[in-house]
Write a protein that binds this ligand. Structure first.
Ligand code: ARG
Length: 433
């Protein structure tokens, strides 16, 4: 692209008609695109994209589908579909363990909930998708990474930023952001090119999911004035239909991470799955949320976050027991900051790395067990034990005890309230003239 096109001082007649310069260095110019790694889900957008990239850029496409524990994807089918649509290679990567170890685990230690509510499952997954796409691009000698994000969401921010950070030599294309096709045109394109559409188009909402949660957006729930219809929930049983009995889960933690369920040690992916199943049965983990996107939009999401709801609740409770009041107060603020950076896709921001150091250090003592009662949509902690708990039955009791001197309290209170008492007297004097 000619820079002169944007230069008000330019008098060149030729540049007047050239397309505007790319708005970012990492965006691919058409002539740079020869071999593309496409983050492929098997859905309508990325299937149309698979064909469109081949036509539009005359480029080869390597389809890359990544398993982050999305509950009902048939990965063999997705893999074959990409081949049928002309991909030169079609890969399915099972990244569940890495996802839990390097993305969900730090989020648990940081009690990560964006703006205090959304447990960030999509935001945690995107940097991993982008990282794997970079690795695959290098292995396959590709020059470009393609993804199916729109220009209005957070996911474009997360993927573009990570690709540009980790692989400055690669370019990015995001066809949905630039091709200007509406839903109907996409369906027409799909039919014309033999892309199966039936099941995907029937879905009234835009869904994203992985083992840490599921989101629904768009359709009638786009308007926050509308109550969500029952058909939104595909994971969690609506609380009114959940069983009439309490189900208890006893979760064991070591250094801030869940390691056992009801005394049985489990691998992290398995543990999260079992907690999710119990929570789903009991209507736990439904969240109807207003949130602020990175690009400024305010949106409404319906979240189903069964595992995250239970595990984050239990983890935070254990922190309350083992950390000092000062630690807990500061940590709550740093937790919010952690969630903000993760939401914004700034996964390689050094501040996040420093925050992780704090989260790891402060979680070294977060050992113990927390029992959570699941009942018709609620998850309430009923028991907590820890070898590192700062709670001492002997100190807290109302009975007489020799180690805590109640006689020392009045002297403490006199000094403790000193400045506040002085300030009150002075302000009283001022208002009385
Ligand atoms: N609002 C959530 C986020 O930004 C969920 C987004 C779901 N993504 C999607 N492509 N539907 O993390």
């Amino acid at each position: 692209m000619s820079r002169a096109a944007n230069d008000p001082g330019s008098t060149s007649a030729v540049t007047e008609f050239s397309a505007p310069a790319a708005t970012a260095h990492y965006l691919a110019e058409p002539h740079e695109v020869h071999k593309v790694v496409l983050l492929y889900s098997g859905g309508l957008d990325t299937s149309v994209m698979l064909k469109w990239i081949q036509d539009h850029y005359e480029a080869e496409v390597v389809a890359l589908c990544i398993n982050l524990g999305q509950p009902d994807d048939d990965f063999d089918e997705v893999k074959q579909k990409a081949i049928d649509l002309g991909a030169v290679a079609s890969l399915v990567v099972d990244a569940r363990e890495e996802f839990v170890r390097d993305y969900v685990a730090p989020a648990i230690k940081a009690n990560a909930r964006y703006q205090g509510s959304y447990p960030l499952f999509t935001a945690l997954g995107r940097p991993l998708l982008a990282k794997i796409a970079c690795d695959v691009a290098r292995e396959h000698g590709a020059d470009t990474v393609a993804h199916g994000c729109t220009g209005k969401g957070n996911d474009q921010v997360r993927i573009d930023a990570v690709v540009a950070t980790l692989a400055p030599e690669l370019k990015v294309i995001a066809p949905v952001r630039e091709w200007g096709m509406g839903r109907d045109e996409e369906i027409a394109y799909a039919k014309e090119h033999g892309i199966p559409v039936s099941t995907t188009v029937a879905r009234p909402y835009s869904i994203d999911d992985n083992l840490w949660g599921r989101s629904s957006e768009g359709g009638v729930i786009e308007d926050p004035a509308n109550a969500p219809p029952d058909d939104v929930y595909e994971l969690v049983t609506p609380p009114t239909r959940a069983p009439d009995v309490v189900e208890e889960l006893r979760i064991g933690f070591r250094e801030g991470l869940p390691v056992s369920l009801d005394g049985e040690e489990l691998e992290p992916v398995e543990l999260i799955g079992r907690v999710a199943d119990a929570a789903c049965r009991n209507g736990v983990g439904i969240l109807d949320n207003i949130e602020d996107r990175v690009v400024g939009l305010k949106v409404r999401d319906i979240y189903e976050v069964p595992a995250a709801e239970v595990i984050l609740t239990a983890h935070k409770e254990l922190e309350k027991l083992v950390m000092t009041g000062r630690e807990n107060a500061l940590k709550a603020e740093l937790d919010l900051l952690w969630a903000q950076l993760a939401y914004e896709g700034l996964w390689y921001e050094p501040l996040l790395d420093s925050l992780n150091a704090f989260m790891n250090r402060s979680n070294e003592k977060v050992d113990g067990e927390v029992t959570v009662r699941l009942y018709k949509g609620s998850a309430v902690v009923s028991q907590r034990t820890s070898p590192n708990g700062l709670y001492d039955q002997a100190l807290a009791t109302f009975d007489a005890d020799p180690t805590f001197s109640q006689n020392a309290s009045p002297g403490f209170i006199e000094l403790f309230s000193l400045q506040s008492r002085m300030a009150h007297q002075i302000s009283k004097g001022r208002s009385q003239g």
